[in-house]
Design a protein around this ligand. Structure first.
Ligand code: G1P
Length: 289
């Protein structure tokens, strides 16, 4: 029986060193693209895929992420008094169902695999999604919804994948590919950040996963991999052959918002999708290019 997907883990403990000084006193996941913080894009995408329960794996200095989804009583009543209905409306997506967000702390930065393992009590015996909020995907159908459909189709582990230039394989988890129908690919191996000469393909994992809970057993071994970190990719690799494991070539465009250029490009791409902004943005861009 394929269990319904209801849970998502959001690893948000990272220091955001690539965005200093902006991230000195605030979480990098609070950086906005247009007018919405990265964390909210991730939560809204997850909700669209049927996710009801969230676990943020946080660390020191990350309280704004939890605050963001709380009821802002004073702010809302002030806006109501002043009849600012548009502003009130804008707060909508930043509201969460009572009890739907929990947090755990990753006290030490031992890697993505360790962060996911920190959520083990939340995951329990259920399938779960992982969204890395740095990876922002612009798509007609939300990327995690596409992945959830692939999960219900295959009943196993699925990761969202995209082709990267061969010289960039050392930035990502890379797939070794079995059968491939152009959309779903069978994963026969996984390597974290291989040098281009060692990469089994140029098909890379982006920050969207749906995994079965078995992966936690392998994470618990706490084996160190690339960068001397506990790598999620290495634990996932152990599932291959035991459980179905597929990559999904999702439809949409991914922006690496952990990187300055990716983040700037996301601002432009998302602004150009906004009916209230697109014409003005297009007009001023002409002054620069
Ligand atoms: C992590 C994963 C990597 C994946 C990437 C997607 O790397 O370890 O496998 O391809 O996210 O963004 P990080 O970006 O944390 O170095």
């Amino acid at each position: 029986m394929i269990k319904k997907l209801r849970k998502a883990v959001l690893p948000v403990a990272g220091l955001g060193t690539r965005f200093l000084p902006a991230t000195k006193a605030t979480a990098k996941e609070m950086l906005p693209v247009v007018d919405k913080p990265l964390i909210q894009y991730a939560v809204e995408e997850a909700r669209a895929a049927g996710i009801e329960q969230f676990c943020m794996v946080t660390g020191r200095g990350k309280t704004a992420l939890v605050e963001h989804f709380d009821v802002a009583f004073e702010l809302e009543s002030t806006l109501r008094e002043r009849a600012k209905s548009e502003a009130l409306e804008a707060l909508h997506g930043a509201q969460s169902e009572p009890g739907s967000i929990v947090t755990v702390r990753q006290q030490v930065p031992l890697g993505l695999g360790h962060a996911i393992w920190c959520a083990r009590a939340f995951i329990g015996d259920d399938p779960f999604a992982i969204l890395l909020p740095d990876d922002l995907v612009l798509a007609d159908k939300p990327c995690l919804l596409q992945l959830a459909e692939a999960y219900y189709e295959t009943g196993g582990n699925v990761v969202a994948v995209t082709e990267v230039p061969p010289e960039h394989t050392n930035r990502y988890g890379i797939l070794k590919v079995g059968s491939d129908d152009g959309r779903l690919v069978e994963v026969t191996g996984l390597v974290e950040k291989p040098a281009p000469k060692d990469a089994p393909s140029n098909l890379s994992i982006i920050g969207r996963y749906i995994l079965l809970p078995k992966v936690i057993d392998y994470l618990a071994l706490m084996e160190r991999g690339a960068g001397n970190e506990v790598q999620l990719t290495d634990a996932m690799a152990r599932l291959i052959g035991e459980q179905p494991f597929h990559g999904l070539r999702y439809e949409g465009r991914r922006f690496d918002c952990g990187d300055k250029i990716g983040y700037l490009e996301a601002q432009i791409a998302f602004a150009l999708k906004r009916p209230d902004l697109a014409a003005d943005v297009r007009a001023f861009l002409k002054n620069y290019v």
